[in-house]
Design a protein around this ligand. Structure first.
Ligand code: GLV
Ligand code: GLV
Length: 319
């Protein structure tokens, strides 16, 4: 019986599939992540570990598990919490959950873009306050998106799904990325631009790149200064792609139209000044937070673990 450790309680069918395959499953924490010491102690002797984006998977953790460890299955599409080299060096396979949260994350992108452009949260506050005095010609006027440019940073699966929605909203699509994606260009009429050009042209700039050393603070003070005045920044990718302090400064100078943020540099901490801007909408990392996406992610990590433990081929291996 293989030893499987799951860092935190997950939706089904995660544990059900693992147990049905005959494995001994231990869940190390409930709602909040296990602290580091509990995680290190908890994985000792594991053949497989299911981790979350809040768990750092590095050489220390792999060594704490010991030489029997065969797979780390990360309950996320992003792998920025996983040291892939350390896994490769120890012959530990790495699985993640691409594909099953693409549409949900693209929806969240648009929830934020529209909420900022059309001042939905300010409107909710007014409507719920009991102080609304009625329809007024100048009340809470927002930004029209139709005919404007939706700028995608990273036209991968999620960027492409967000771009597809932009077409539905009558927006033009432009993108910058590490490489051309001609199939996605054809589908969404996306124009490839240099990053600086994209900054200057986008009315909504939406981030869909992974967090890597080269995308860290991609949106820094310089990039923010190059953005079109009044443009809206949307981040459903990873917090550290944006220099949060530089964003606060740009918002304070009223150069941007606003920001919709689902991810933050130091989660769960959020720069305290972000919440004070009326043109900023914050969400607590909800990109994949639907019942369907989270249970599909649960199924994927469990299946990857079972397949690797049974010596079968796995589709979504990152290492
Ligand atoms: C969530 O942010 C993920 O990477 O799945
Ligand atoms: C992630 O799913 C991406 O490639 O955009």
């Amino acid at each position: 019986m293989a030893q499987v450790r799951v860092a935190r309680r997950l939706p089904e069918p995660a544990v059900r599939l693992l147990e049905r395959a005959g494995h001994d499953v231990q869940v190390l924490a409930d709602e909040r992540p296990p602290d580091r010491a509990a995680l290190l102690a908890g994985v000792a002797g594991a053949d497989a570990i299911v981790t979350l984006l809040s768990d750092r998977v590095d050489g220390e953790l792999l060594d704490a598990a010991g030489p029997g460890l065969r797979i780390v299955a990360n309950y996320a599409v992003g792998l920025d919490n996983v040291d892939l080299e350390a896994c490769r060096a120890r012959g530990v396979r790495v699985a993640h959950t691409p594909g099953v949260l693409t549409e949900e994350t693209a929806d969240m992108t648009w929830a934020l873009a529209l909420a900022v452009a059309r001042r939905v949260v300010e409107g909710h506050r007014l409507a719920a306050s009991g102080r609304w005095t009625g329809w007024a010609p100048m009340q809470l006027l927002g930004t029209s998106l139709h005919g404007r440019t939706f700028g995608v940073v990273g036209l991968g699966r999620i960027g492409r799904a967000a771009a597809r929605r932009a077409r539905g909203f009558g927006m033009r699509v432009a993108y910058a990325g590490r490489s051309r994606n001609e199939e996605a260009e054809r589908e969404t009429d996306a124009r490839p631009l240099a990053f600086e050009e994209l900054l200057a042209e986008a009315d909504v700039l939406s981030l869909h790149c992974p967090s890597t050393p080269s995308t860290r603070h991609l949106i820094d003070a310089d990039a923010l200064a190059r953005m079109k005045p009044g443009a809206i920044l949307v981040n459903t990718a990873r917090g550290d792609v944006v220099d949060e302090q530089a964003l606060v400064d740009a918002l304070a100078e009223e150069r941007l139209g606003g920001a919709g943020l689902d991810v933050f540099e130091r989660e769960p901490r959020i720069h305290p000044r972000l919440a004070a801007f009326s043109n900023v909408v914050l969400a607590p990392h909800l990109g994949s937070a639907t019942v369907r996406a989270r249970s599909e992610m649960a199924r994927m990590v469990a299946e990857a673990v079972v397949e690797v433990l049974e010596g079968r081929e796995v589709a979504h291996l990152a290492a």
